[in-house]
Design a protein around this ligand. Structure first.
Ligand SMILES: O=C(O)C1=C[C@@H](OP(=O)(O)O)[C@@H](O)[C@H](O)C1
Ligand SMILES: C=C(OP(=O)(O)O)C(=O)O
Length: 464
């Protein structure tokens, strides 16, 4: 896909789920045990970064296993609009001809990132590191999300915020300076998006840019920087934190990327298999990067039968097949320090907790309030609709599991894919079916969710 070809990719039904239209309600109900072997799509975080790093090298980067979800396709379009040649050569197989660090051209139109926090925030860092002006925009969900957390460090580096909506929200226009200041930035929240935006901008600065975080967040940017030949140093910081330091203005070299299966997508069939009696499901080749395995650790503490089979390294990341069997779960206390390693998995953990026996306390969930929706509010509303007892204390969610759940309600998904998938999973095991108001945003991260779940025996009905 050169810039022109990008249009045809976006309109290809095989790779676009599409969530721009009218809401599509859906219902899930109890059926028999879930059985079989499945492969979930490529990791969303790695997919965004593969396209972005491909854009920042001179030469051709080949990507396999790319997630062809709406969020990532929007990043592909943005990379093309900034001068890269981005081409789809087969299912999940993409080629990027990059323009090199500092080589981006100003886009003619605003860059539309749809629903994607990761795409928009990482690309703000990329644009900030180039002497160009670009406007960033997105859907109603993305327009509601905080961007000051990215603008603050970028302004310290000399990036100009030409325009922004109230509260530092999208649409935002940024102008990258000719000479960027390298900085040391102590991030107020453990966020891989903040860390990555600063490091990506730092590629365009002379000297060393460092990011300090007090809890380690996912490290795909650091790994990919090293993979593409940058000089990057990672040191421990405090009890759980890290300091990442990058030497600016490197020449990045093209390198192949094989995207492993997304643990955040695997979470849905995984929890489904645990809560539907008699299930036995294997999810192949799931990334087991230790900064992404908080859910596995937590579910195992709850008594889940999850076997890691054939642990191996693929494309620089550890992966394993996950064999999951229906299990009797027990409530646990999930420490706040674990949150960065399972931040997107709390909605589906809350579903598992509803089917556990006893109390599950999930601590330190403030970041859930600023995702595609206020996930703390959306999850509690969903639990309410399913007749599950819960309460919220400060930033902690406490779910009172009874081993089963009545169901029977309708859940508002608020343009949030993970809320939609979590409560459809819940409906596979509730006494009465669960309904959601809109399934279309599933295309954001997991376009094949319905066919994959159906293939292992789940029942999902849509109005369409
Ligand atoms: O860097 C990334 O790829 C992501 C980081 C996380 O966000 P935060 O950085 O806001 O924690 C996560 O929620 C998101 O789905 C993907
Ligand atoms: C929070 C998420 O993504 P993003 O921030 O990229 O919109 C997610 O996928 O759950």
């Amino acid at each position: 896909m050169s810039t022109t070809a990008s249009v045809s990719v976006a309109e290809d039904a095989a790779v676009s789920g599409g969530h721009a239209g009218t809401p599509v309600p859906a219902l899930s109900r109890r059926a028999g045990a879930l059985k079989g072997e499945i492969v979930v799509p490529g990791d969303k975080s790695v997919s965004h970064r593969a396209l972005i790093f491909g854009t920042l090298t001179v030469g051709e980067t080949q990507i396999s296993g790319l997630l062809e979800g709406e969020d990532v396709l929007n990043t592909a379009r943005a990379c093309a609009a900034l001068g890269a040649q981005v081409e789809r050569v087969g299912p999940g197989a993409w080629r990027v001809h990059g323009v090199g660090v500092g080589g981006l051209s100003a886009p003619t139109d605003p860059l539309d990132f749809g629903n994607a926090g990761t795409g928009s925030r990482l690309m703000m860092g990329v644009v900030g590191g180039n002497p160009i002006t670009a406007t960033f925009d997105g859907d109603a969900s993305l327009r509601g999300r905080p961007m000051r957390r990215i603008l603050d460090p970028l302004e310290r580096m000399g990036v100009q915020v030409v325009a922004a909506a109230e509260g530092g929200r999208l649409p935002i226009t940024l102008k990258g300076p000719r000479d960027l200041n390298p900085i040391t930035y102590e991030s107020p929240v453990a966020s891989a998006q903040i860390k990555s935006a600063v490091l990506l901008a730092g590629l365009g600065a002379p000297g060393e840019t460092s990011v300090i975080e007090n809890e380690a967040s996912r490290d795909h940017t650091e790994r990919m920087l090293a993979h593409f030949g940058a000089d990057v140093r990672v040191e421990p910081y405090g009890e759980h934190g890290r300091k990442v330091t990058l030497k600016g203005r490197p020449e990045l070299k093209p390198a192949p990327i094989s995207v492993p299966a997304d643990p955040s997508s695997a979470a849905f069939p995984l929890v489904a298999a645990l809560i539907v009696p008699g299930s036995d499901v294997t999810i192949k080749g799931v990334m087991t990067n230790p900064l992404r395995t908080g859910l596995l650790i937590t579910l195992k503490e709850m008594g889940a039968s999850i076997e890691l089979v054939d642990e191996r390294v693929e494309g620089g990341e550890s992966v394993a097949d996950l064999r999951v069997r229906a299990s009797s779960l027990t409530g646990v206390d999930v420490p706040a320090a674990r949150a960065p390693s399972m931040i997107d998995e709390y909605p589906v953990l809350a579903v598992a907790a509803a089917f556990a026996t006893g109390t599950t306390r999930m601590r330190g969930l403030s970041e859930l309030r600023v995702k595609e929706s206020d996930r703390l509010a959306a999850v509690t509303a969903g639990l309410e609709a399913a007749g599950v007892a819960y309460h919220v204390e400060g930033d902690d969610l406490i779910v009172e599991g009874k081993g089963h759940a009545p169901g029977g309600g309708t859940v508002k998904t608020h343009m949030d894919h993970r809320i939609a998938m979590s409560f459809l999973v819940m409906g596979f095991a509730t006494d009465k079916p669960m309904k959601i108001d809109d399934i279309s945003f599933v295309a954001t991260s997991f376009p094949a969710f319905v066919p994959l779940m159906t293939a292992i025996g789940a029942v999902i009905e849509t109005a369409a």
